[in-house]
Design a protein. Structure first.
Ligand code: SF4
Length: 280
């Protein structure tokens, strides 16, 4: 691998996912990147973080993958949009890293979460890392926008104990927010429901962008009908990723947008609860 990409650093751990990391595999040959993605022998990771209490149940190790097929206007990690911004990490190295934490994760009722970026852009690596985690008795979760869910076979889905599924907007406004249609995400959600796979819905609450009842209402109804949604997490928008947009020379459209008030957050949670869902 050394001839094709630089070796991964000694520590994969970032101080936080908000650390800006770019061009970590900029010199990698295209054929190496393609082969890695096709086989999952190597993953491209923005970073690993440990001790997360907000990315699934218990305390989690989180592998942040690089590469995303969406362009959400509120994305707080646009440095994860490009695969080669991630460092090339052989699967065995990632498994070895996880092994260090496995006892602690079990004691703290936690596990591994693979987030991003969009982990299903690197679906083979994601599934193989989840399978390795399960083989060592570690709970597995992925955080995904669901658009590429049909890349996963039913056997692949069995390696994932929990899906943290982003439902970000509704109807035409979904494309305006993310650049993509919502259809494939909803299809994936229905398939997870049919297979009774546990799901936590993640919804980012942005005043003036996603707080409208014409968005929250249909998402709540859809999620409630699925029958496998264990909770909805209403995540308040924040400006912590703004500096990344500026540093990367990207056009950020939410400069003037404030974080939602506690009252708006609570009212949105109530709208989900009214549909029969648990919401926080
Ligand atoms: S799906 Fe996630 S990583 Fe991709 S652009 Fe949207 S918020 Fe960012």
């Amino acid at each position: 691998m050394s001839a094709e990409a630089s070796s991964p650093p000694e520590s994969l751990e970032a101080k936080s996912p908000f650390e800006l990391r770019v061009n970590q595999s900029a010199g990698a040959e295209e054929s190496f990147v393609k082969r890695s993605i096709d086989t999952g022998d190597v993953g491209f990771l923005h970073s690993f973080t440990t001790g997360s209490a907000v990315d699934g149940p218990g305390i989690r190790v989180v592998a942040w993958t690089a590469g995303c097929n969406w362009r959400c206007r509120y994305c707080h990690n646009p440095d994860t949009w490009t695969v080669t911004n991630g460092v090339a990490v052989p699967l065995e190295r990632a498994v070895e890293e996880l092994r260090k934490y496995r006892r602690g994760l079990n004691v703290m009722s936690g596990g591994l979460t693979i987030s991003g970026g969009e982990p299903l852009l690197q679906d083979r690596f994601t599934v193989r890392l989840c399978a390795a985690a399960k083989a060592m008795g570690v709970h597995t979760a992925i955080e995904t926008n669901g658009y590429l869910g049909d890349r996963l076979s039913d056997a692949d889905l069995d390696q994932i104990d929990l899906v943290l599924l982003g439902l970000k907007s509704w109807g035409d406004r979904h494309r305006d927010l993310t650049g993509k249609d919502i259809g494939p995400t909803l299809d994936f959600a229905r398939r997870l429901a049919a297979r009774k796979r546990p799901v936590w819905v993640r919804f980012v609450l942005v005043p003036g962008l996603t707080d409208d009842q014409v968005i929250v209402g249909p998402i709540a109804e859809f999620a409630a009908r699925l029958g496998n949604v264990q909770r909805v997490e209403v995540l308040p928008f924040h400006q912590m990723g703004r500096y990344k947009w500026e540093k990367l020379g990207l056009d950020y459209t939410l400069e003037g947008t404030k974080a939602p008030s506690n009252e708006l957050h609570e009212a949105t949670c109530q709208a989900f609860r009214a549909a029969g869902l648990e919401a926080y």
